[in-house]
Design a protein around this ligand. Structure first.
Ligand code: GLC
Ligand code: CA
Length: 532
């Protein structure tokens, strides 16, 4: 096993939602110059790469996930000069930049769609998915049918998300070529990689068959045709593999670039087939963001993903607990007086799994969701599904300091700052050695120095206690054991055979332990086999 370090395989990704990170000009919207002003902070965390949610020109119906021009920057975020400055400033600090590439669909304001809808025989007529009649039951993830009538063309087009986000037709070679050119365009500028939005939805069934709709009394499924369907025909089509191979060969023609695919669905066996030496470098599924704070639930999730990945040494999974699409995990796990301690256990879990961790801006200070009322919501999907599904709570401005608007802007923020900002903010947590922020930093430092954590094999260590999760990471003859107590009471865990010494948090002059291990409430520690 070589000790080579690849940023996407060995490193940590930090997701920035640009609209809410830092506003440089007082218009209440985060921007690229704001990001530049906070790059020292990002570098201070010890992360390797930044994933930027979309910054392309967009009418912002889905806040950037509806792109109207792939090769320019939306004016609300700044200019191309700002972008180039950000890229070089990031590179100077050893940070890679990954752009969010949203090429399952465009905005209905994209020139391609305007042309496509203008007639049935224009050069781009076939770049989107047009039908005379609604051919099947495919639904839009944000509510209602996936098929939308277009008055101009007098046909229906398909959209997997909002009706303002028409799906591209990946079976059209010209459209595909144009999308590959977008990748080349940004790689040539020096961008290090892409986070590929809903990457397993690019292709749809060639025969347009209806999805099965299993009987269910689940109220969420009754309320949403999208959730009620088994997505057999509107995603995960066999043609994807060749598309990924083409994208991989483009990516590999530039040095040290990588692709991280966002997957719809939660079946690890199906999804890990998309990550390989000639397909995607990394994939992530939303499954960890939907797992309850229970050792048995994580046990099941992690074991399934690890088993699916283990059969392919080239496969690599990215794990994340929070992103811009779900309530933050601090809030999901119970936002009470114990939230900070729970956040540390969750961080230990995230940074010690076999995979690439991705953290979402603000999670490093255990920022909870803001409690927004319905009238404060901006996101159309959150408005539709309120109060069951709300993405805006996780999208409020980054809490920098106990200053007006949390130090995010001098103006009026586009989305209200969370009510916790006076106490939960970067400035406060910088001061305290025991803060969640400094815990994240220390953990990332430890991980960087540990080949076993970055590259080692994974195995569960079964426990009697239902409060504990314990697993091993092993490389060569070095073994680490990670012990997590999920709850606020003491617990007993059983170490594997051998003598163990705690290495994180470091215990000065600590003794070795064997056998039973007493865990304090919310203990999250790493032990190393001691005769090495
Ligand atoms: C992805 C994004 C989400 C967006 C959707 C449509 O799931 O993460 O924010 O709304 O795709 O592009
Ligand atoms: Ca701004």
């Amino acid at each position: 096993m070589t000790e080579s370090y690849l940023w996407w395989r060995d490193g940590v990704i930090y997701q920035i939602y640009p609209r809410s990170f830092m506003d440089s000009n007082g218009d209440g919207i985060g921007d690229l110059r704001g990001i530049i002003s906070k790059l020292d902070y990002v570098a201070s965390l010890g992360v390797d790469a930044i994933w930027l949610s979309p910054i392309n020109v967009s009418p912002m119906r889905d806040f950037g996930y509806d792109v109207a021009d792939y090769e320019n920057i939306d004016p609300s975020f700044g200019t191309m000069q700002d972008f180039e400055l950000m890229l070089s400033e990031a590179h100077q600090r050893g940070l890679k930049i990954m752009l969010d590439l949203v090429i399952n669909h465009t905005s209905d304001q994209h020139a391609w769609f305007k042309e496509s809808r203008s007639s049935r025989d224009n050069p781009k007529a076939d770049w989107y998915i047009w039908k005379d009649q609604i051919p099947n039951n495919w639904a839009g993830a944000f509510g209602g049918s996936g098929w939308q009538w277009d008055e101009k063309r007098k046909q229906f087009y398909f959209h997997a998300f909002l009706k303002e986000q028409p799906d591209l037709n990946w079976r059209n070679a010209d459209a595909r070529r144009a999308l590959m050119d977008v990748m080349r365009y940004w790689f040539s500028k020096g961008v290090d990689g892409f986070r590929l939005d809903v990457v397993n939805a690019y292709y749809k069934d060639a025969q347009f068959r209806s999805n099965p709709r299993p009987f269910s009394l689940n109220p969420f499924k009754l309320g949403s045709p999208f959730l009620a369907q088994t997505h057999l025909y509107d995603r995960d089509q066999p043609e994807l593999h060749d598309a990924y191979r083409e994208m991989r060969s483009i990516t590999d023609s530039y040095p040290e670039r990588a692709m991280l695919g966002e997957m719809l669905g939660d079946d690890p066996t199906r999804l890990t087939r998309y990550t390989d030496h000639d397909q995607l470098h990394l994939i992530y599924s939303p499954a960890p963001t939907e797992t309850a704070w229970r050792p048995d639930h994580f046990h099941k999730l992690i074991s399934a993903w690890d088993a699916a990945t283990a059969s392919n040494p080239e496969a690599r999974v990215c794990y994340l607990l929070s992103n811009h699409d779900r309530p933050r995990h601090v809030s999901r796990y119970g936002n009470d007086s114990l939230a900070m301690q729970r956040a540390k256990v969750a961080a230990m879990l995230l940074f010690t799994l076999r995979g690439t961790p991705s953290i979402y801006m603000g999670e490093e200070i255990a920022m909870p969701d803001a409690k927004l009322s319905r009238s404060e919501l901006q996101d159309p999907a959150s408005k539709t599904y309120y109060p069951f599904y709300n993405r805006d709570g996780a999208r409020t401005p980054m809490q920098w300091a106990p200053l007006p608007h949390a130090g995010f802007t001098n103006g009026k923020p586009w989305l209200r700052v969370g009510e916790t900002y006076q106490t939960i903010n970067v400035a406060n947590q910088n001061e305290y050695p025991d803060s969640v922020l400094n815990f994240y930093r220390a953990l990332m430092r430890f991980r960087k120095g540990s080949l076993a954590l970055r590259r080692g094999a994974f195995s569960m260590i079964e426990q009697k206690s239902r409060d504990v999760l314990m697993y091993q990471r092993k490389i060569g003859d070095r073994r680490l054991v990670i012990a997590l107590n999920f709850f606020a009471r003491e617990a007993v865990a059983q170490l594997p055979k051998g003598k163990w010494k705690r290495v994180f948090p470091t215990r000065i002059g600590g003794d070795t332990v064997e056998g039973a291990l007493r865990l304090t409430p919310f203990e999250a520690s790493i032990y190393e086999e001691s005769d090495h």
